[in-house]
Design a protein around this ligand. Sequence first.
Ligand code: ATR
Length: 272
Amino acid sequence: IDQYAVFGSPIKHSKSPTIHRIFAEQTGQELIYTAQEVTADRFESAVTEFFRLGGQGLNCTVPLKELAWRFADRKTERAESAKAVNTLTLQADGSILGDNTDGIGLVTDLIVNHEVTLNGKKLLILGAGGASRGILSPLFEQQPAWVLVANRTASKAVNLADEFADRGDINGCGFDELAGLSFDVILNATSASLSNDLPPLPEGLLAPNGVCYDLAYGNEPTAFVRWSISHGAASSLDGLGMLVEQAAEAFLIWRGIRPDTAPVIKLLNAER
Ligand code: ATR
């Protein structure tokens, strides 16, 4: 039986085994998918062991995505531009291919599940770390009018914007430079969300009918989702849909079939 897993730390509350179990049932595939607590210092030996013992594919989450990017023998274009890998796949020749399905997962959740248009829109991304880098390439494929990356450390946002300058209209700035600006879609990609913290955001930042999306998710609404609701957003979304969609893309890579995500999202939403 084909074996798959997710490595990360902390991993105890990972929903990935549940998601992939349902995908497998739904598509009539036989496979095992487990979650394993793996810290950065143990990553290389754990991955090597996993594939040596017959593992077919591996998801990597916090804090291992950059290590996975370094570990992969070859990488897809989107993984290369993200400088992070969340999906490792054993190839027929024994090599390991690294891919990144996070960005496409976010865009699918926004566009397909929530019918949010990005084309011609003004986008604000909060944060300039790995999560922001991972979504920029798929976001630009939707041809937004302008992308601004705002970060606590302004220089990191400016550098990230420079790196993607050939993709479209993009700038970087600090949070103190947001006053007076307004955006159709605001994406929170800071890790502040995980500690229920929120970057300082000025009034008027969200355009009328604007949409907010927190890449993080929790059983309770995140600080950013609460900010979004209290500022009258048309939609206040968190990253649960993105989680399921990135998993569906990994499942597609591994099994050649894309599962139906809607019932899985519905189930996970009912459980919280
Ligand atoms: P990830 O892979 O989750 O993106 P990361 O690469 O460490 O993690 O990036 C974390 C991001 O969250 C950064 O943009 C960070 O801002 P700095 O570059 O200034 O460190 C941002 N961040 C973390 N804690 C924050 C907080 N309390 N307020 C605002 N931004 C925060």
